[in-house]
Structure formats: C-alpha cells, structure tokens
Write a protein of this length. Sequence first.
Length: 346
Amino acid sequence: MAKWILFCLLFVTFVYLSSADTYNITQSGPAVLNGNLTLSITIPNMKRPVVWKCQNYKYECDRTCADGPDYKVTHLGDTSTLWIKNVTEKCLTWKFEDDNLNIGRIDLEIKNLSRAQKYNITQSGIAVLNGCLTLTITIPDMKRPVVWKCRNYKYECDKTCADGPDYKVTQDGDTSTLWIKKVTEKCLTWRFDDDNLNAADIDLKIKSFSSANIYKITQSGIAVLNRNLTLSITIPNMKRPVVWKCQNYKYECDKTCADGPDYKVTQDGDTSKLWIKKVTEKCSTWKFDDDNLNIGRIDLEIKNPKPKPHGLTTLEIVGIIFGSLILAAILVGLAYFGYKYFKNNH
C-alpha cells in the first residue's frame, strides 16, 4: 500500500513539473570577468517568491528583494532582474525559479574570458555630509558612453553630459569627473563604467558634520546697540561660497559679496569679514559657514549705551537767568505799586 502511495505522489509531482515551462534568461551584454552584468527573465503570471541560484548561493524576491552590495534582485510585474557586481568564473551558470515552478537557466556568454580592468576613483577631499564633492577617474583610451552610478541613479556622458543642478559630469580626454552638490548618506558608494567595460568603485571617505572644524569669530570691539561693528573669522583653506547668518538673514560671498547699506561682506584670502551698520538686540547671535562646512558662531558682547546726565546748555542758563530777572522785576514793580496804592488810600 505504501508503495502505491509513493508511486502516486511521484506521478503527481512528475505531471506537475512537466507542466511547468522553461523560459530564457537574457544577459545585458557579453560578460566580462570582474565586470558587472544584469540577468533578466520574463514569465507570464510570474508568482512570487522567486529565486536566482548559482551553486549554493540564492538571491530571492518575495515581499522584499535581495539588495546587497554584490547582488540585487528587482521585480517589475512579470519580469525579474538580477544585478551582479562582479562576474566570477565560479558562477557562470545561473538558474531561476518562480513559485509556479517555472524555470530558467543560462550559461553566461563570456567575452574571451578577459578581465575588465579595475581603476581607482579619487575624491577631491574628505567628504562631508551635505557638502559638495568631486570624483575623478582616468582610464587609458576611455570610451564613451560613460556612466556614474549610485543605486538606481545614473549620470551619463556620451555626446552630451549630465548637467543638472545637483550632479554634473564633465569629460576631458581620458578623464571623467562627477561633481556632487550635496553628499548624502543614501549615496556613499559610487560606480563608474565606460563602454569598454572598464570599471571602478569607491566608498566615500566621510567626515561627519559633527567633526567639522569650529573656528572663532572675533568682533572689532565691545558692541553698542545702534552702533556699527565688524565681525571677522579666519579659516585655513576657506572655501567659497561663505555665508554669515543671523536668524533668517543671510549675507553671502561667492563670486560677488553682499554689499548693502546695512551689511557688507569682504573676503581676503582665508579671512571673511562682516560689517554691521547698526547692532540690534534682535541680531546678537551670528553664525558663519564656508563650503567645506567649517563653522563659526558668536554671541555678541553688547554694552548698552548709558544715558547721558541731563545738563543745561549756556543758552538755556542765560535764558533762565534773564527770565528770572524779568520775573523779579515784575514782582518788585507789583510790590512797589501795591505799597503806593495802599499808602495813598490810607
């Protein structure tokens, strides 16, 4: 009896498996050892979970998808995609299965078993979160199109180059440069590829904002309300644009400097100065930033102007004396005529 049950189970499994279809896996181009590659498969009514397998390695996608630094699975409708950071000789055969047991298999087409050259990306300095940064790479006989990538973001240069407000790609012969307006924690790993499949990666060296250097702002003297004052700060290798801030007020210096009737910014090498026409209680705390996120802050030392003791001018004194004499004369006259009147009537 047990044999018949086992036979029935095997038969049902065979029928079920035989009804599953086999589909083609496509690769984004000829694979190059140590180069990246994308595999893709489309199956009608694909059912999750799905899994990509090579030897003992599995990369799945169900409610969430594998999203590691070396392998990423993405899913869109009936299409599943596997991104491979580095193609290796160890993993040249890949298999795919969905939950309906539809399958796919591919033996990678390798380009002459050649190895993609690895090059170094350099950064213009230690990166600071929210600060700008430039990445540069030089590759002999670099071939366009080239692309800079971070996660799902791509910035290319072919006949034209990416030239947005936040990212710009420039190309000079065999050197490609990516300018980043603001470094973010989301994009700390960048990858570069040219059309010869030469590639490079970089994990940005980050200096946290909290470790940014803090410098001292000095004031030209004790501040007095409604009087002028000059603030000054010196920072080695100060980088423009710089900005002086108080509450919502900002006074900047980049190619040109703030030059208004009430506030003026001047720049001399690594020293920035802010001239204030009238010190106010509203703006008694000032902050400074340069483009390297070096910072400064000052709470103004304010001396309230003492009220002057009220003194009389010479003219006021003469007027008072003259008025007093006239008043005295009037009083004497009234007394005299009053005396005469009283004497004549008695």
